[in-house]
Design a protein around this ligand. Sequence first.
Ligand SMILES: Nc1ncnc2c1ncn2[C@@H]1O[C@H](COP(=O)(O)OP(=O)(O)OC[C@H]2O[C@@H]([n+]3cccc(C(=O)O)c3)[C@H](O)[C@@H]2O)[C@@H](O)[C@H]1O
Ligand SMILES: Nc1ncnc2c1ncn2[C@@H]1O[C@H](COP(=O)(O)OP(=O)(O)OP(=O)(O)O)[C@@H](O)[C@H]1O
Ligand SMILES: NC(=O)CC[C@H](N)C(=O)O
Length: 678
Amino acid sequence: MKNFYSIYEHNLLRGATCNFTVKLADPFANSQQIIQLANTVDKQGGGLCVFPELCLTGYSIEDLRLQQILLETTIKTLGKICQDTKELSPVLVLGAPLVFKGALYNCGIVMHKGKILGIVPKSFLPNYREFYEARQFISGQYIRQEEMNLLGQTVPFGIDLLFTAKDYPDFVLGVEICEDLWVPVPPSSHACMAGATVIANLSASNITIGKADKRTLLCQAQSARGICAYLYAAAGQGESSTDVAWDGQLSIIENGQVLAQSERFPEGQLCLVADIDLDILRQERLQMGSFHQNESARYQYRTVEFTLNPSLEDIGLKRPLERFPFVPSDAHRLEQDCYEAYMIQVSALKQRIQTIGAKRLVIGISGGLDSTQALLVAVQVVDELKMGRDSILGYTMPGFGTSSETKNNAEALMEALGIQWQCLDIRPAAEQMLKDMDHPYAKGQAVYDITFENVQAGLRTDYLFRLANHHNGIVIGTGDLSELALGWCTYGVGDQMSHYNVNGGLPKTLIQHLIRWVIQSERFCDQAGGILQRIIDTEISPELIPSQDNKTLQSTEEKIGPYALQDFNLYYILRYGLKPSKVAFLSYSIWSDIQKGTWLDGFPEEKKKAYALAEIRHWLEVFVNRFFAFSQFKRSAMPNSPKVSAGGGLSPRGDWRAPSDGNATIWVNELLENVPEK
Ligand SMILES: Nc1ncnc2c1ncn2[C@@H]1O[C@H](COP(=O)(O)OP(=O)(O)OC[C@H]2O[C@@H]([n+]3cccc(C(=O)O)c3)[C@H](O)[C@@H]2O)[C@@H](O)[C@H]1O
Ligand SMILES: Nc1ncnc2c1ncn2[C@@H]1O[C@H](COP(=O)(O)OP(=O)(O)OP(=O)(O)O)[C@@H](O)[C@H]1O
Ligand SMILES: NC(=O)CC[C@H](N)C(=O)O
């Protein structure tokens, strides 16, 4: 890798959509603006630049489209644009009327470095209400395998064209024109089936109230169905005001997600830029096999090749990127996600309790985040089933490392929620077990090894399972998705094992937020709210090793890495299967500076943290080692648990399947080879 910091090392493509104040029926004047904007995009490192429909002449010129001088000037001007953009990097897609075999077509012209690569005619001509396109244009929907002589070049002409960068093979461009998107099966559906990853839509769409939302909806739907990027450029200022008005909407959308949306009703030139992730599109198509099963939509296409030769400079990353991919920063989205996550847990547990007729829900309550979340879900379930809060049996089981703070929080929480609870000291049993095992701790030595830790986790689970037998109940599991990813749980016991795990689909960063959400939504009494806040503020620790001065020695995040970074790694590796170097680049792009991106509303200032590339690299190495080489055997044997996040689940039955005897060699090597140490 020549420059880790360049987007073009990571299969990202900087795309642009542009518009300008068009001068009606004056191709030369318009070409000057097109050339200026192409230069602007080039300077920003863009690889693609899409202009509006018929931007060379203006869209709203009606019968002037049939004037001989207009058509001749259009061609001459195309020659001038070719001449003046020879040195520029981006592929240009612009609109003009062109005659082929005596008929006029509304065309998208694709050019690169002074060469016209191909011309795609509009398939579907609007001829209803305010549109009269069929008066001048012929539909291009059946044109395939044709060529046009233009400016001394033989140029492929037809709707069967894809434009592929030889040196950037996931960049495969398809073109359609405005109304083409409004029909039941747009041409871009076929283009995507044939391999297009990026669709340019040249548009001239007059504005009426509410229409901008409809356009966005169509672009989002088409990009989600086609698993493609969709670049939409609509004409704006300068178009005729005779009967309608124009708002110049520009959008860049990827797989249903809006990457960038312009202001509307702009003055003068406007250039919208966003980086398209070609890896994510490729991986999504790879995973979603049904995309390729849509055989009846697969047509023959011609491929026109070009060499993109992108600059490998550090031009930053321009796309929305979440610090916490499982916890969206948009307040409305987050509210919805929290509600759904909580209700998924509640409805799944309710279903299980109803089906088996369990009378009691048994939970080990540590005063940590996970068991708190499981308890909140259990309370909601027993309330909905009208079982009474005393059907929840909560046990706090102090061991060698339990701090008085977490123990107090656990007890106060159970008391506030009105469940039945008890404190069971596991230390005598643990001491007995360590003695029976001839463990050095039993002889007074300060040996706090894995055996010492797991004896406690095991005994707690032993108590819980036998208490469940005793009280006709089931043990509610607490282990979360992040712990499952990292194997941070004790096999067969602890938070790896239970009768039903409500948390298995929830990453730690979302659990942290869900508890905040429960506080804000005041679902439970005020007193519970205060305790929940104290629990969120407590450092995450398994508390298995004795503490000194009542201060915990064992910080989970010091051992396995900050959950903020590990959840980021989990999301991109599990959901998209991205290479470690790409994950590191994305992580660096958002986590290297607290000023970057958007923090969640109300995120405490003192907790805002940045990570240097060296830290990102180190914790990602820990992640891939634990995820691929170590922890699968724990997941392969995990209890039933509902999937919560579209970001992925780790149940071997529900979602992720992998061998329990894997290794992380290729992931570690790729990371170490391609990510600089600092
Ligand atoms: N692929 C594979 N297939 C079958 N067995 C495999 C295996 N890889 C290791 N093993 C065996 O598994 C054992 C290691 O796994 P395991 O026994 O889980 O033990 P291990 O993962 O080494 O330790 C558990 C860790 O979880 C932490 N933790 C955090 C939070 C909560 C809790 C809790 O439970 O409350 C625990 C705890 O601090 C400790 O560091 C070894 O005996 C090893 O030989
Ligand atoms: N002192 C304890 N009393 C009762 N149960 C405990 C205790 N310590 C651990 N457990 C049980 O073991 C599980 C795993 O412990 P762990 O420390 O990983 O989880 P946690 O404390 O709930 O949350 P976090 O992992 O965020 O600290 C807990 O969720 C809880 O069910
Ligand atoms: N130029 C066009 O094809 C415009 C048609 C499109 N349906 C619109 O209403 O905006």
